[in-house]
Design a protein around this ligand. Sequence first.
Ligand code: DQA
Length: 154
Amino acid sequence: MSAVTARSAVIAVLNGPNLNLLGEREPHIYGAETLADVEERCRRAAEALGYAVDCRQSNHEGALVDAVHELRQCAGFVVNLGAYTHTSIALRDALATVSGPVVEVHISNVYSRETFRHLSYVAPLALAVISGCGTRGYEFAVAAIADRLAYSQG
Ligand code: DQA
């Protein structure tokens, strides 16, 4: 991303705990792609729609809250908060302050897994939840954000 790119032309992509291990971590569930592959997918999808991306990952709840604050003027947010999806009211409250649409992504279908994964603190404030489409879900999320922004701008 260019240092001069206005936040309004940037889609934030936020990944939470353990997603830095994509490609190595439980590949039968999360696949073979790395986080760098996923971020590159997002970058290409966003660029094709006229947006840049700012991709962040952290294993720490407070660092993710700080990232949301820093990026909150971005055009939209693609978020896979990993396990914090199911536990973090702090991240839910941070995401409630952002100006653009939020799309929640899960690589796996969380609803076909353990019941503790069925609760999301983010989903009620999200434009959409994409769960179970693998890493393609991130591209669908970028497209959903661009679509909503195009539509809302008339
Ligand atoms: C995940 C699903 C979460 O339940 C889990 O804790 C993850 C990854 C997914 O992408 O499928 O870390 O968000």
